[in-house]
Design a protein around this ligand. Structure first.
Ligand code: TYD
Length: 208
């Protein structure tokens, strides 16, 4: 049996990194081999893209260039990390994946969704998550949570209307594919969220 691929999506400050780590620990305790990775990043190229597109705020980056950079990072991550881990029957947990491009660069920045889907298909070889956990959160709450983490990145600096479009985009993507998405209210307590995720993942994918 090939491995299981789980992505986490949602706005800044929704608690994705906490929840991905909690899921990793729980699955490892249950005996699964887990590969935890993130986008942009997860490979040397991906980390370079992260620095360029998110943190180098002096650089002008058009929405199309931004999307192509994220796609470059994704192509490398799929080939070098995700595919080999799935072949080794790992559970792969990815903190953001292609739905982030559709939500941020598509719904948020206004790029054509059909074009984004086509490029994403090429970049990923059509690899899609078995389950996508969407941690849904009101953008103003998320942004204020994220601001406690220090310097703002390029996306955190975008205005609230942008983040509202991103949130609505994620919710629309979830409604288009209800069998893939698990939508969780990110305002719930950390442990409650974790248990919801664990029971959905364990029940539908791992049979535990
Ligand atoms: P990151 O520092 O990982 O923080 P978090 O995931 O907790 O928000 O920031 C990643 C940022 O990159 C986030 O603002 C969303 C953005 N992003 C895109 O706009 N498009 C993409 O395809 C990806 C993967 C990320």
């Amino acid at each position: 049996m090939p491995g299981v691929f789980i992505s986490f999506e949602g706005p800044e400050g929704a608690g994705k990194s906490t929840q991905t780590k909690l899921l990793q620990l729980a699955l490892e305790r249950a005996g699964y081999a887990v590969t935890l990775t993130r986008e942009p990043g997860g490979t040397p190229l991906g980390d370079a893209v992260r620095n360029v597109v998110l943190l180098n705020l002096d650089l002008e980056v058009t929405p199309l260039a931004e999307f192509l950079l994220y796609s470059a990072s994704r192509a490398q991550l799929v080939r070098d990390v995700i595919t080999p881990a799935l072949q080794a029957q790992h559970v792969v947990i990815c903190d953001r994946y292609a739905d982030s491009s559709l939500a941020y660069q598509g719904y948020g920045r206004g790029l054509n969704l059909a074009f984004l889907r086509e490029v994403t298909w090429e970049a990923t070889g059509g690899l899609r998550p078995h389950v996508t956990v969407l941690l849904d959160l009101e953008p103003s709450v998320g942004l204020s949570r994220a601001s406690f983490r220090g310097a703002k990145d390029r996306l955190e600096l975008a205005d609230l209307a942008f983040h509202q479009r991103v949130r609505n985009g994620f919710l629309e993507l979830a409604s288009l594919e209800p069998e893939r998405f698990l939508v969780v209210d990110a305002m719930l307590a950390e442990q409650v969220i974790h248990e919801q995720i664990l029971s959905a993942v364990a029940g539908s994918l791992l049979g535990i």
